[in-house]
Ligand binder design. Sequence first.
Ligand SMILES: C[S@@+](CC[C@H](N)C(=O)[O-])C[C@H]1O[C@@H](n2cnc3c(N)ncnc32)[C@H](O)[C@@H]1O
Length: 454
Amino acid sequence: MAAPVARDDELELHVDSLAYGGNGVARLNGFVVFVRRGLPGDTVRARVTKVKRNHAEALAVEVLVPGHARVEAPCQHYPACGGCRFQDLAYEEQLAAKEAQVADSLRRLGQIAEPPLEPIVPAESIFHYRNKLEYSFTTTPSGPALGFHQAGRWDEVLEVDRCWLTTDLGNAIRAAVRDWAREERLTAYDQAAHTGFLRHLVVREGRNTGQALVVLVTAPGTLPEREHFVEVLRRFPEVRSIQWAVNDTPAEVTNLPSQILWGEDAIEEELLGLRFRVRPNAFLQTNTAMAERLYALAIDYAGLTGSETVYDLYCGIGTIGLCMASRALTVWGVEVSEESVACALENAELNGIANAAFYAGEAASSVEELRGRAGDPNVVVVDPPRAGLSGKALRRIARMEPARIVYVSCNPTTLAANAKTLIADWGYRLERARPLDMFPHTPHVETVALFTRI
Ligand SMILES: C[S@@+](CC[C@H](N)C(=O)[O-])C[C@H]1O[C@@H](n2cnc3c(N)ncnc32)[C@H](O)[C@@H]1O
């Protein structure tokens, strides 16, 4: 049957719910239309942007009747700025939608009829929660400015005056760097023409320690007036590390080697009473308060008694494993980023933890060698990127037959697909699962799941 809509059609649609990824779901005589910027309960006029056999995509161009859960978005840059998607959706509705997405993924993709889902953990703060922001430089009539890529635009950066996801300190540091760039008459990099000098500014904050790290990313060239740059940032007593990185490729990346302009090579963050060193490119959960809630949940699910061998796969800077170490016999971490592993080793030492070891390597390929060294694991904690566990990683973990797998997931669809295999092929049962909202106003949802061997 042909799709009942065509590209560029304008339709009046009623949005029923939110799909995973953040688009509204509407139905036209049963045919699903995913509506960008459509919120549950809205009646919208929407323009069709893409048509597929089973569904279409559309953009809401006018809200005809606002849904019951629409609220005023506080940020003046919303929705043009691509950072937030749901500032105008009541927070309770955001939570309900995320919880439903996890349940729906586990039912549909995981084929678990009754997922043992515990209620979603709401965010402690719905604004100012990020401990890391990456800003892009752009050119304005007043000179260089800093902001974020506009929603859906790789070539347009929107200057921001106040970002609601960072702190007053983060906003003040960004404004000070913009003023410095203007005073020094520097130019912003132009992504289309590949001209200009200033590319990105990365600001990381240890939210429980009050320490901040700043990295300026530029195109190749000499950094003029670097003393002035350092002086401007040293006005903030929180700033402990000022670094400079050069990006000589067209790619919009910030995880580059950097040189220290002033201060320490890393800052510290505190999580569940332990100190963690954070270098510019090392992974750290970007919501500190919720990372503590996430780790507390993972510790609870691991059910440690002090006699267990724990593998912490995809361990980043060692946070989960080190928070579990006092309750386990030994902890063994594996992580692909060497910089993160260096931090994990330092972090074990910093906290006087002697029963944890960390190795650099790809998780699937390293697990068998690790088994030779560490012995069979009783508990395996996995915290993979959005793609979830590869078939090989899942097979190699399941073959070791750990009694418990604690799965920390940032993508319910890949969690569900992995759950299906663990249950159908490897004799595991999904015992408990709990979503957490680490990122209010965005479509992301984290889930901690416990699989036990039957
Ligand atoms: C979601 S983060 C979790 C980090 C850590 N557990 C935490 O809570 O901070 C995923 C980590 O997996 C690492 N990673 C990605 N692919 C990997 C792979 N194939 N093998 C090992 N580590 C990988 C990334 O570098 C990143 O540090």
